[in-house]
Design a protein around this ligand. Structure first.
Ligand SMILES: *Cc1c(COP(=O)(O)O)cnc(C)c1O
Length: 466
């Protein structure tokens, strides 16, 4: 399998190089040059297999020849053994006595109770494997507004060859999210609370990467959501969810709470690998740039407004570039121009042909904070069930779609206890806390505080990178 950059000017690479590179050298994102295809017989065989086996079947062609297939199977096995549910991604009907044909695919049973674990558990192991094969090490630097930080920390803790430095905005992540990051005892994990906003944290990280000398000396690396390995790992649960709900020739539908477009893009890739899908629905909160673009053909950046589903408070969805590349028939010169225009003007008018293919493959909808709260409250009063606000965005949008015959799975992206504040505000009750989350309260925290000062942050990074 070979990977090419969406901007067409970076070298064609194999999987392991793409894994370590993250962003392509021409500023583009790596995508597979061609995708493996599964037949209905393949899909049928997924139905009887445990999650890890399906993952190995789906991922082997995407990761070969870089990653040895026996080693891959072992890393996959270990990654998903950390999940707290034997099915890894269980699927259940949304309501108990319904003819609604709506289901929840629960992606949140990993170590940090967020869907980010599905990809990052594997990513951490792949990084360690490849770094040891190359006899080198990496200093991973990241910024988080909450979920990614803890999932990356859990994925990288105690891994050889990896030092991880995570920046978060001081006082602006939830207490649970902070404790999930700062109570990890491993010596290769370092938290910095920045006296500023999430954007300040991201700008500090970008500034370190932009300093090529610094980047090379400390071998900086990233595990952010543009890393192709994350998309690849996320394709798997589209296959396993379908195998639980429909036969190999029958279509299924998905509704996906969307921020950076990584999760739903993985669903699109699954369709390109042969999974019959009726509809793929992108669901946004009031930061609805993608929903507006789907409706009008005009992709226009507005200011991010905080919502109760903070992991979706995004205006520039980086993985959307991968979709535009595919929908344009892999036209990298058009894409390069379009992305530069979008970055400089804040607006991109989608050409009619691209808009048409977007409409063929996707539907879109947005839910306000009020609609999200109503959905959480309704599910709670009708069946004492708790939804997290991100999942509730998906459920709210899904329930307003024109019904079709295919079963529709909403991707449940976080455990409700992780967003206790919004859930309690909507229902008047706190969701039950898993014991791992309750136990965080008694643990010591480790974190340093720094101002929005690039020199101070770089000094710290230098002091911990080997
Ligand atoms: C990251 C995240 C999302 C958004 O996923 P994307 O892949 O960025 O679209 C949705 N919900 C939760 C809970 C998340 O952590």
């Amino acid at each position: 399998m070979k990977y090419q950059s969406t901007r067409g000017k970076a070298p064609v690479l194999e999987f392991a190089d793409v894994l370590l590179a993250g962003l392509a050298s021409d500023g583009g994102l790596y995508v597979p040059a061609e995708l493996p295809k599964f037949t209905p017989a393949d899909l049928n065989s997924f139905g009887q297999k445990p999650y890890s086996e399906v993952a190995t079947r789906v991922l082997t062609p995407l990761l070969s020849p870089s990653i040895d297939s026996d080693d891959l199977a072992k890393m996959i096995e270990e990654s998903y053994a950390t999940f707290r549910h034997p099915e890894v991604v269980p699927v259940r009907p949304l309501t108990t006595e319904s003819n609604e044909n709506l289901f929840l695919a629960e992606l949140f049973w990993g170590p940090t109770f967020s869907f980010k674990d599905v990809a990052l558990q594997l990513l951490g192991r792949l990084f360690e494997y490849e770094l040891s094969r190359r006899d080198t090490s990496v200093t991973i630097v990241g910024a988080t507004s909450g979920d990614t930080g803890s999932a990356a920390i859990e994925a990288c803790r105690d891994r050889d060859g990896i030092n991880l430095i995570m920046l978060h905005p001081r006082g602006r992540v939830s207490e649970i999210q902070r404790r999930q990051m700062t109570t990890v005892e491993s010596t290769n994990i370092h938290n910095i609370a920045i006296d500023g906003t999430f954007d300040d944290c991201q700008d500090l990280v970008k500034a370190m990467f932009a300093d090529t000398e610094f980047r090379d000396i400390h071998r900086l690396g990233a595990v952010n959501s543009i890393n192709w390995a994350r998309v690849a790992a996320q394709t798997v649960y589209y296959f396993t969810t379908a195998s639980k709900l429909v036969g190999p020739n029958d279509p299924i539908s998905f509704c996906v709470p969307t921020g950076n477009f990584g999760n739903i893009f993985a669903g699109y890739i699954a369709t390109q690998m042969g999974l019959p899908v009726d509809r793929l629905v992108m669901a946004s909160n009031h930061n609805d740039i993608l929903t507006r673009a789907h409706l009008s053909g005009i992709m226009e950046i507005r200011e991010v407004q905080p919502s109760t589903s903070p992991a979706m408070d995004i205006q520039v969805s980086s993985n959307f570039e991968r979709l535009l590349f595919e929908l344009s028939g892999k036209d990298s010169s058009w894409l390069t121009e379009a992305m530069l225009e979008f970055r400089s003007e804040g607006v991109l008018v989608l050409p009619p042909k691209i808009l048409e293919s977007l409409h063929v493959s996707f539907e879109a909808g947005a839910a306000s904070d009020q609609q999200v709260a109503d959905t959480i409250a309704e599910l709670h009063s009708s069946q004492q069930d708790f939804l997290d606000p991100h999942t509730a965005v998906g459920v709210n949008v899904a329930r307003r779609l024109q019904p079709t015959n295919s079963p529709l799975a909403v991707m449940a992206t976080a455990h409700p206890a992780k967003f206790e504040g919004a859930v309690a505000a909507a229902t008047g009750m706190s969701p039950p806390q898993p014991e791992e989350i309750a136990a965080l309260a008694g643990k010591a925290e480790r974190c340093i505080e720094l101002a929005v000062d690039i020199n101070a942050v770089m000094e710290f990074v230098s002091s911990v990178s080997q």
